[in-house]
Write a protein that binds this ligand. Structure first.
Ligand code: THU
Length: 130
C-alpha cells in the first residue's frame, strides 16, 4: 500500500471524529506488519482531558485485535501544515515500535514523512531500568 492509500483511509476515519469541543477533526490509519490497517479518529469528551487522539484510537483497536507489530501510521487533519502526533501519542507508539514511519498529511496535498525515533528520541531509555 502506498502513502496515498493510507492517507485516504485516515481521511475516511476522520469523517467519524467526535470533536464537538475543538471542532478539529483528526483521522489516523495504522498499517500493521502484516499489512492490515486499523483506523482511528479523535474522540473528545466534555471533561476535555479524557479526549483520545486519533492515533491512540488506531493503536488501541489494532492491539485489541491482537496486533503488536507496526510499519507506518498516516495522520490527517485540515491544517496549514501537515499534522504531527502529540507527545502522548508518540510515547504510546514507542511502546510498540522501535521503528515506525509517521506520514503526516493535510488537505492541501502536503505530506511530511518522519521516523518515530526522530519525533521522540530515547523514548524508553532508562525507564524501569530497561
Ligand atoms: N488530536 C489528535 O487526534 N491527534 C493529534 O495528532 C493532535 C490532536 C486531537 C485531540 C483533540 O480532540 C483535538 O485534536 C485538538 O487538540
Amino acid at each position: 500500500m502506498n502513502d496515498e492509500t493510507l492517507i485516504a483511509a485516515a481521511k475516511d476515519a476522520r469523517l467519524r471524529a467526535h470533536a464537538p469541543y475543538s471542532n478539529f477533526q483528526v483521522g489516523a490509519a495504522l498499517e500493521c506488519a502484516d499489512g492490515t490497517v486499523f483506523t482511528g479518529c479523535n474522540v473528545e469528551n466534555i471533561s476535555y482531558g479524557l479526549t483520545i487522539c486519533a492515533e491512540r484510537v488506531a493503536f488501541g483497536s489494532a492491539v485489541a485485535a491482537g496486533h503488536r507489530s507496526f510499519r507506518r501510521i498516516a495522520v490527517v487533519a485540515d491544517t496549514t501544515q501537515p499534522i504531527t502526533p502529540c507527545g502522548a501519542c508518540r510515547q504510546v507508539m514507542a511502546e510498540f515500535c522501535d521503528e515506525l514511519t509517521v506520514v503526516s498529511a493535510n488537505y492541501r496535498g502536503e505530506v511530511f514523512r518522519a521516523e518515530l525515533s526522530e519525533l521522540l528520541p530515547r523514548a524508553k531509555a532508562g525507564i524501569l531500568d530497561k
